[in-house]
Write a protein that binds this ligand. Structure first.
Ligand code: C5P
Length: 436
């Protein structure tokens, strides 16, 4: 209950991301905040006052000329009785009005009539975000002390891609927590995350590799860092930039990855999201292997790579409290993942379908099943960023249980616990993850 007693005035402006504001209300409320919503006229085109009110458990304010609203709660009181005002989504239109001080409806009037702190979560087409007018307006607002979260880069509603996606509700909730100085449930905790493929040299120019993009592992590392963890990201070769706020160690081979992970120990949690090559070439050639006419292809003698997940899962003083692996499967996804959890000795397995139809490798979305000691959770199809945020929230619930109750962590992952043949009764593994 990191936001217990905090009063948030949430202004929902008119953008397609307004639907995510319903989830944001839920995230803020489950952290103990009360959320009083204002919907702009345009916002009402995207979400209804009824839906917002039902989730906020509060009256929704929309109209500055409403006699009943004004007699119950004048717009000045509405603007002042908040510990923080959050504008999400913040459209180019409302940012422009805020910058100039236009007060043409209840939301904009409240924003001019307040001296309370304001956090905006911009959401718009990337051309609007990059337009000189929006850039200037945002600069004016930030100079005035308005805080900003996002926008994120990625697919936009119009089918284009670029910066303009509203930050995810969990990210906005984390920014609200950070504002109140309570946003670091993983402060003081350390994490190791492996990501990307490994390259196993055949000779100085050729190697064995796989199609992993590193997107999921990098997103998990960034999500854990956002929650305050000290993160070491051990990454195979990817096209991704090093995420901010953490240490990235770039390696090539599985053996390098194991060495980097071992030197990053001790850690509270290890998340092995890398697609490690199972085999390496026994004796990589020192020089480039030449084609010899008539000799056919050179024989490649392979040997097995060390299993990093299994090594980190071995019992001992240096074992992280929570070790999480991934299982990329093309068939019998959950069954194989559950078997893998037992074989590797890790605590959780995030199972994902990597059949070509699922488009997981290299794509931006993932359908995963979380396999734990308690059973199987089927998560809906989510962006890799959302999978990362949910997994980080679940990790925080185990490593920093005061920050979030298990029930909240469960509901925050919006998952169905599916009766399954693999389900086994919950049984705490004391000394391994501390609690079930
Ligand atoms: O055995 P498999 O490759 O399917 O296991 C996948 C899980 O094990 C992933 O979490 C992956 O990061 C980890 N792994 C590892 N080292 C290996 C092979 C897999 O850490 N050599």
């Amino acid at each position: 209950m990191t936001l217990l007693g905090k009063r948030i005035l949430l202004i929902i402006a008119g953008g397609i991301a307004a639907y995510k504001s319903l989830d944001l209300i839920r995230r803020l409320r489950e952290r103990g905040a009360s959320v009083r919503p204002i919907l702009t006229r345009a916002g009402q085109q995207f979400v209804t006052p009824l839906a917002v009110s039902a989730i906020a458990h509060q009256k929704v304010y929309t109209d500055i000329f409403s006699l009943t609203d004004e007699s119950e709660m004048g717009h000045l009181r509405l603007a002042q009785e908040a510990d923080l005002i959050v504008v999400a989504p913040a459209t180019a239109d409302i940012l422009a009005k805020m910058a100039v001080g236009i007060a043409d409806e209840l939301a904009t009037t409240a924003l001019v009539a307040t001296d309370r702190p304001v956090l905006v979560a911009p959401a718009m087409n990337f051309r609007m975000w990059r337009h000189a007018a929006t850039v200037a307006n945002m600069a004016v607002l930030e100079a005035r002390g308005v805080r900003r979260i996002g926008p994120n880069s990625g697919a936009l509603a119009e089918g284009e891609s670029g910066p303009g996606r509203m930050a995810e509700p969990l990210e906005i909730a984390a920014a609200v927590e950070a504002f109140f100085g309570r946003g670091s449930p993983l402060a003081g905790r350390t994490a190791i995350v492996t990501s990307g493929p490994t390259h196993e040299a055949i000779d100085p120019v050729r190697y064995i590799a796989n199609r992993s993009s590193g997107k999921q592992g990098h997103a998990i590392a960034a999500a854990l860092a956002r929650l305050g963890a000290k993160v070491t990201l051990v990454s195979g070769p990817t096209a991704l930039p090093d995420p901010p706020g953490l240490t990235t160690i770039r390696i090539e081979s599985a053996r390098d990855m194991l060495a980097a992970c071992s030197s990053a120990l001790p850690a509270d949690v290890a998340v092995c999201a890398a697609a490690v090559a199972d085999w390496r070439v026994d004796q990589p050639a020192r020089g480039k292997i030449k084609k010899v006419p008539g000799a056919g292809p050179p024989p490649l003698v392979l040997s097995e790579n060390p299993d990093i997940l299994q090594t980190l899962s071995e019992p001992g003083a240096r074992r992280p409290r929570l070790v999480i692996g991934f299982a990329a499967e093309t068939a019998q996804v959950v069954r194989n993942a559950a078997a893998k959890r037992l074989k590797k000795g890790c605590d959780w397995i995030v199972a994902n379908d990597v059949s070509p139809e699922a488009g997981t490798f290299g794509g931006d979305a993932n359908t995963v099943h979380l396999v734990t000691d308690a059973g199987v959770e089927d998560w809906p199809r989510l962006s890799k960023q959302e999978v990362a945020d949910r997994l980080a929230a679940r990790i925080a619930a185990v490593l920093a249980p005061d920050s979030q109750s298990d029930a909240a962590a469960m509901s925050s992952s919006k998952v169905a616990i599916k009766p399954s043949s693999l389900r086994r009764p919950a049984r705490p593994r004391r000394g391994v993850i501390g609690r079930a």
